[in-house]
Design a protein around this ligand. Structure first.
Ligand SMILES: [Zn+2]
Length: 311
């Protein structure tokens, strides 16, 4: 133990001596930022550049809806000056984490900076839901806010501006750099948006089914229709009766493929695909794995996945 701490002190001293002119050590000087989910994390690290240390809390492969932070994440958050999360009920675990571990840090909820849409809780798809549930039981005002705002690059662009502004607030010395990088990334997201708009506009099939309600903003932006959602409450297996209703929609709408998501148990999707004799693909709303290690790659991978069956 003694040996370790001596090494630590020596490392600090070495770091301090490279600071030049008797400056403070540069190691710990960078602003620390914690981010809840991968797509936001990638946007924040692009804007942060070399000026801030950004850490991701939700490990790749885990669902944003069922995550329970461990001591490792609590430690990550403790030294943060800023927490960035979606809000809108997507990542309440991040809210709790920030309050407990970094109560004085600022928290940016990007979902609150963009226009939102609502979802029906019994989302087999509007039409099917209306048939399956008596009209009296419907109250559209009770529809929850859809928190998957990042799936629309035009909204992501607005979020990126907010991220740049907020980074400049917690680290004023680099505010111009943050704003410049946010503007550059915003321009790239504009291009991505235009590219996806052009590709999706050429698709003959407009209807698709998603695994959980994660593609609502994407579909709305590119004028596609989500005719059913297999698992409306992510992490809780749909009933046989519900899956029967989804099967009917598949047949009625001549749906061309079913998609599972890497973060959730694919079995209900496999069941539907097998029963309807249509292919099973993958759509990823979160990313972070080796092939989708940036926000832009994630969106392009999803477009490519859909394109296989909708072109
Ligand atoms: Zn989700």
């Amino acid at each position: 133990m003694k040996k370790l701490s001596l090494l630590f002190v020596m490392a600090l001293a070495a770091a301090a001596s490279t600071g030049g002119n008797g400056c403070k050590p540069k190691v710990s000087a960078r602003t620390k930022v914690a981010v809840s989910i991968f797509p936001l994390y990638d946007l924040v690290r692009e804007v942060a550049g070399p000026d801030a240390d950004v850490s991701l809390l939700l490990p790749p492969g885990r669902s944003e809806h069922t995550f329970d932070p461990t001591p490792k994440e609590i430690e990550e958050v403790a030294a943060s000056k800023l927490g960035v999360m979606v809000g809108l009920g997507l990542d309440p675990w991040m809210d709790r984490l920030m309050k407990d571990a970094a109560p004085t840090a600022r928290v940016l909820k990007v979902g609150e900076r963009v226009p939102t849409r609502t979802v029906l809780e019994d989302a087999v798809g509007d039409e099917a839901a209306h048939k399956a549930v008596p009209e009296d039981d419907h109250d559209h005002d009770k529809g929850a806010v859809d928190p998957h705002v990042w799936m629309d690059p035009s909204r992501a662009r607005v979020m990126v501006k907010a991220i740049g502004d907020e980074l400049g607030r917690v680290d004023a010395a680099h505010s111009n750099d943050y704003r410049r990088r946010a503007t550059e990334l915003g321009a790239r997201l504009d291009k991505l948006d235009a590219e996806i708009a052009a590709r999706t506009a050429a698709w003959k099939t407009r209807d698709f089914i998603t695994f959980h309600g994660s593609f609502g903003y994407f579909a709305e932006r590119y004028k596609l229709n989500i005719v059913a959602v297999i698992e409306p409450f992510p992490g809780s297996t749909p009933t046989g009766e519900y899956l029967e209703a989804v099967l009917k929609v598949v047949a009625q709408k001549k749906v061309t493929a079913i998609f599972s998501e890497p973060q959730l148990d694919p079995r209900p999707a496999k069941t539907i695909a097998e029963a309807s004799h249509i292919p099973l693909g993958t759509l990823d709303p979160v990313g972070g794995g080796p092939e989708v290690d940036s926000y832009e790659k994630l969106l392009r991978a999803d477009v490519a996945s859909l394109e296989k069956y909708m072109k």
